[in-house]
Design a protein around this ligand. Structure first.
Ligand code: HEM
Length: 440
């Protein structure tokens, strides 16, 4: 669909004048009329929801920065007293920004899961997928640095744990960590540079999102069947069909968002962060935000620090190389029942990792399951569950995906994405002959 011809006609002299100098209205009009597969479901609204989340984070973040003091002595009070109590609607701005980060990650996880399920990462959309992976890593870095800014106990100790990980690398580890710290420990200079980068990165993300959308518009959207668009009758103009659908999805998403902001603004935060950072008092448990917990569990599952850090990086790396690991000719899991089963188990493994990441490493959580003493007397059930889930996480990408792509016999794939739309009871226009029944 990259050869989508422009249908824009300038209506006035000013529009014609601008069109020959900077065809920005034509650009917008072409985006609105972009031929989009007619069978996109609500899982395809998360891209728009993510764009909305990014906008909300940038706008609220800029206003918060006007009242924030990025210094060791001032940061905590500027947030807890200044923003939360003195600034007009400061509590609301902070509530939206802090919970907005969680909402952003919720949306990005659903967006990624959609991509995995429907095989959106496969050719010719590898670059689109890779750009998405870059956005995800940038989001993690931004969220981590943002979490440090309130300079509470969890901010400080979280920064210490995560930045110290860089020290695990031989030779470059120490200078790299000191560069991050701006000295020999997490202190004022660390806070200042994290503030600067936390302000910068969302704009970098916005730039990568622009590339992401560009890369989307070259091959055009994929769709739940995984069958490529073949003719104009497979598509609808983006506006009004998908603008309305996206706006409706954003509205529903905003209700969930508002429930967190207005009814449980602290539910996703940590109580320890209401206490000012104290380098002499380590909290009983140092845990990151929920969206980073699975990676934290992978890190802790391995006793050797460097291997743990490499496993964490490798877990992210799996997403980057996925387009080249999947050997199947069929794109969508709708037609791959076996792979779909392994995918659902992979989601359970990720959830298990998330749970393990939230537990104390030495806690004996699974009463009665602590029978692993035969294997290693010092390790508890949480550690072992993290290990099994981590192994499955990697096996899914490195073994199951390439092998099953070659061995699995997929269900029959429709020859056109139009076929399942017409065979759906709601999809057939009155009087149209329904196409033969197709799975999906
Ligand atoms: C700020 C973050 C992001 C924004 C604003 C964004 C935006 C969008 C938009 C608007 C679309 C088209 C509508 C849709 O399919 O939902 C899209 C599609 C897509 N995105 Fe993202 N995205 C983001 C992050 C990611 C991430 C982290 C990944 C993967 C790691 C990713 C992978 C994809 C893929 C593969 C498609 C194509 C789907 C298809 O055509 O089947 N995106 N994105």
């Amino acid at each position: 669909m990259s050869d989508h011809p422009s249908t824009y006609q300038p209506n006035s002299g000013i529009e014609r004048w601008l069109d020959t100098r900077l065809p920005i209205i034509r650009f917008g009009a072409d985006l609105m009329s972009f031929p989009t597969p007619r069978n996109l479901n609500y899982w395809y609204t998360f891209g728009a929801i993510l764009a909305f989340c990014l906008g909300v984070q940038i706008v609220t973040g800029i206003v918060l920065a006007m009242h924030y003091d990025p210094s060791g002595v001032g940061a905590f009070m500027s947030v807890q007293r200044g923003i939360m109590r003195d600034v007009n609607y400061g509590w609301l701005l902070r509530g939206i920004h802090a919970n907005g980060a969680s909402m952003f990650f919720l949306a990005v996880y659903l967006h990624i899961l959609r991509g995995l399920y429907y095989g959106s990462y496969k050719a010719p959309r590898e670059v689109l997928w890779l750009l998405g992976c870059v956005i995800y890593v940038l989001m993690m870095a931004t969220a981590f640095m943002g979490y440090v800014l309130p300079w509470g106990q969890m901010s400080f100790w979280g920064a210490k744990v995560i930045t110290s990980l860089f020290g695990a690398f031989p030779v470059i580890g120490k200078p790299l960590t000191e560069l991050l710290w701006g000295g020999f420990a997490v202190d004022d200079p660390t806070l200042t540079r994290f503030f600067s980068l936390h302000y910068l990165l969302p704009f970098v993300i916005a730039a990568v999102v622009a590339l992401h959308i560009w890369a989307l518009h070259v091959p055009g959207n994929a769709n739940p069947t995984g069958v490529e668009v073949k003719s104009k009758s497979d598509t609808l103009p983006f506006h009004p069909y998908y603008t309305v659908k996206d706006l409706f999805a954003i509205s529903v998403f905003m209700i969930l968002f508002a429930v967190f902001v207005f009814y449980m603004p602290e539910a996703l935060g940590k109580v320890d962060n209401q206490v000012m950072a104290d380098p002499l008092k380590t909290p009983a448990q140092i845990v990151p935000e929920w969206y980073l917990l699975p990676f934290y569990a992978i890190l802790r599952a391995i006793p050797d620090k460097l291997t743990g850090v490499l496993a964490l990086a490798g877990a992210l790396g799996m997403l980057f190389i996925l387009p080249w690991l999947d050997t199947s000719k069929v794109r969508s899991m709708r037609y791959r029942p076996q792979y779909r089963l392994f995918f659902f188990i992979w989601i359970v493994a990720c959830a298990a990792l998330g749970w393990c990441g939230s537990q104390e490493p030495d806690g004996q959580i699974l009463e009665g399951v602590k029978t692993f003493t035969l294997i290693d007397a010092d390790l508890n059930s949480v550690t072992w569950l993290s290990r099994f889930a981590s192994i499955y996480y990697f096996a899914y990408f490195l073994v199951i995906t390439p092998v099953l792509g070659l061995t699995e016999k997929p269900l029959p794939v429709p020859d056109s994405l139009y076929t399942p739309v017409l065979s759906h009871p709601a999809g057939a226009p009155a009087g149209a002959a329904a196409a033969p029944e197709t799975k999906g």
